[in-house]
Design a protein around this ligand. Sequence first.
Ligand SMILES: [Zn+2]
Length: 444
Amino acid sequence: MRITRIPARLVLAAAVAGVALAAGKPALFAAELMAAARSSIQAEDAKRHVCALADDALEGREGGSRGGRAAGSYIISHLEKLELEPAGDNGSYYQQFGGMRNILALARGSDPAVANELIVVGAHYDHVGYGNSGNSYGPFGFVHNGADDNASGVAGLIEVAEAMQHLPGRPRRPILFAFWDGEEKGLLGSYHFVRVRPALLAQMSIAFSVNLDMIGRLRGERLEIFGARTSEGLRAAVVQSNNRPAAQPLELAFDWAIDEDSDHYPFIAAQIPTIMFHTGLHDQYHRPSDDVQLINFEGIEPVARLTLDFLTALADDRGPPRSFRSQARSESDATKRALEAPAVSGAAPQTVAQPALNSRPRWGIGTRADSGEPMNPVIVRITAGSPAAQAGMMLGDRVVAIDGTVVINQADMVARLAAAGSSVAIDVDRKGRVVRLAVAAMQP
Ligand SMILES: [Zn+2]
């Protein structure tokens, strides 16, 4: 546990300080070396994939249908071009089940010591065909192209796979690119994979998974993220990828709900730490009108680039595999609201939170520790007119670093603020972006 946090801290410190990751590991994937790989992810390419997959000729890609099979052929033509290793049945890319087919392609890692710690990144490629009362909000009988759901995620994943092939080296752990079938029929493909793995992958355990479902409707740069509490330090890792140099930072909306509504769920149910990226629901969800003219192709680009960066960092992490945090399954957005709610003086501490500790008037803030994200205490009180208020601190901000050094936990933050001089630079995570606040202490 502790070993995993140390490298994460170092990496985050480098990102926060805005310096290149020269001395820290992994040097191979330092920002400047990632640039070529990242820039291979292009909105124009994503558009080409979405338009091909959401074409009427594919008849809505229902699992097991001829349109679904045609979509599979399209995906495989790209995997072959990228020379990714087939990881399905009998040396093929297909994993067959119930008349449907997952598509699996492997990028081996560079470190034999972690060759069995598989990182799975997936997107479902099926949709609902012509729609019926069980899977569509109508009208039924028309092709449901599913441009956002989930041609967008498949397009993003193909781009990520391509970018991985542009990296100057391989991350330590193997990465499996998985295109799930039968998601719309009940997450059938991902459930099947979690239960049964093809021979090539049989010796591996799944260390982590990432799911891309509906990433084609980015609005106001707001990306929804599910599952960040399934292991400690995940939020910090995503934020770090979001704030890396030369990135186009997104507004990250961390949602605590974990529902059986996409392919992240079978992994979480199997106690595997898992993250899902999603650009949000809309009126065309599961209707024939979810079509290409409404897709924000420019928006797929930063989401896929964030996925690449996060995935690479994860696969290359020096620590042991992340452990699953089972409390995540019972946490909801109500838990989140309770934790991040302003502290009322005299109120009993909440069950998920520690009472505010550092109410020193010098800075004018109170925080709570968060068991799911112990590195990043959350601001729950700002004294009116205080230095923190004047510096623009906001409720719900999470303290990431003080004077450029990453905070380890609430006690560390309290000690550092107590020892600080007359002014400090406090880096906070505000909706997934790191904001630096210059806070001048109250004069005694
Ligand atoms: Zn769907």
